[in-house]
Design a protein around this ligand. Structure first.
Ligand SMILES: *[C@@H]1O[C@H](CO)[C@@H](O)[C@H](O)[C@H]1NC(C)=O
Length: 355
């Protein structure tokens, strides 16, 4: 029989020892696929197949992508999730779910349901007529069914359980919806809106968990007050970051981090991590030369002041020469080099538990 002391020791071991905790058990083992939900930071081309003006399927988008193809990614090359996929020994780019040329065998190793312009708040998605979070989750259910038909139930369940679920969303709720439209401003203070948004994020994670997901990342948002488009419309301090919106972003990130940690303890057998996208970009903007950047205030595309989306397509000759010296490719979206650095930082920190 165990003595009281033995029991106490066993109890401590089970509860405290990180290698034996249920979270760590879920995290151990190879990631089978990377399954992505979110906005333009992780949309690998879904918007190409819907009716919206929020598209990146024409030059100069994709000019540094393999073959120089404008896939619909809102950058000059690959996105953070593409680099992460590669680091997990999976394909070097994550396909878009709506791309009809993708087979289920390809999608079984990674898929993005993300949609540029979308947000946690449905109203945000409605502004650009893009894919709601709810619809992204519906696509995930459909995906799981297709996987089951193609691979059999037990293989499909294993892929679902061993996949990394990557959420990157919220940038447009704050940087577009709350910033541009009067409605949410009149209804909610920033802390109230942040609470509403992170509740929606939490509900989405619970749904993924119900469907079998066990390794989940919630990604924070960028310093949205520093994107070139925001600087351009900063009437009080022209050309400067809008600090009010950076503070808002920090508030959202802090609350999202709390949500991740709450879900991590609540969802038995799951590992839920928070990954930061703010600090590194913010440090680069404050100290570009240290990181080998030259331009942090303008997008590479066009004049760099307002050009984004279709406006980028109009002024191709004005596109910058060396994208790696720029933080932003257009007036709102980071360059491939930024995404690569963010991926590297995440793999060194929050994602290390899954490697
Ligand atoms: C991640 O770690 C590697 C190896 O230690 C290092 O070279 C790299 O700079 C780190 N990345 C970041 C963004 O800190």
């Amino acid at each position: 029989m165990f003595s009281q002391r033995h029991l106490h020791f066993l109890f401590q071991l089970l509860l405290v020892h990180p290698l034996l905790s249920p979270s760590a058990a879920a995290a151990a083992g190879k990631v089978s696929a990377i399954i992505v939900f979110g906005d333009s930071t992780v949309d690998s081309g879904n918007n190409d197949y819907i009716l919206t003006i929020a598209k990146g399927d024409f030059p100069p988008y994709g000019r540094d992508f393999d073959g120089g193809i404008a896939t619909g990614r809102f950058s000059n090359g690959r996105l953070v999730t593409d680099f992460i996929s590669e680091a997990f020994g999976l394909p070097s780019s994550v396909p878009a779910y709506l791309d009809p040329s993708c087979t289920i065998d390809q999608l079984a190793m990674g898929v993005s349901f993300a949609s540029g312009g979308t947000g946690l708040d449905d109203l945000t998605a409605d502004i650009s007529n893009v894919i709601h979070v709810r619809q992204q989750l519906e696509y995930f259910k459909e995906y799981k069914e297709r996987l089951t038909v193609s691979k059999g139930e037990s293989n499909a369940n294993k892929i679902i359980a061993d996949a990394l679920y990557y959420f990157s969303i919220g940038n447009n709720d704050i940087g577009v919806n709350y910033f541009l439209l009067p409605q949410r401003r009149s209804q909610f203070s920033p802390p109230e809106y942040v609470a509403l948004l992170t509740d929606i994020a939490g509900a989405a994670v619970r749904e993924v968990y119900q469907l079998g997901g066990r390794r989940i990342q919630l990604t924070g948002i960028l310093p949205v007050g520093c994107v070139p488009a925001m600087r351009t419309v900063n009437l009080h301090q022209p050309g400067q970051c809008m600090e009010e919106f950076n503070q808002f972003a920090l508030l959202f990130n802090a609350e999202l981090q709390k949500t991740a940690s709450k879900l991590n303890s609540e969802l038995t057998g799951a590992t839920v991590v928070y990954s930061d996208m703010y600090s590194l970009v913010s440090s680069i903007i404050a100290n570009p030369l240290k990181y080998g950047f030259e331009n942090v205030a303008q997008g590479c595309c066009g004049t760099g002041i307002i050009e984004a989306l279709f406006l980028c397509g109009l002024e191709e000759p004005l596109t910058c020469e060396d994208t790696d010296k720029y933080v932003f490719f257009d007036s709102v979206h980071p360059t491939e080099r930024i995404y690569k650095m963010e991926a590297s930082e995440m793999l060194n920190t929050s994602l290390a538990v899954f490697l």
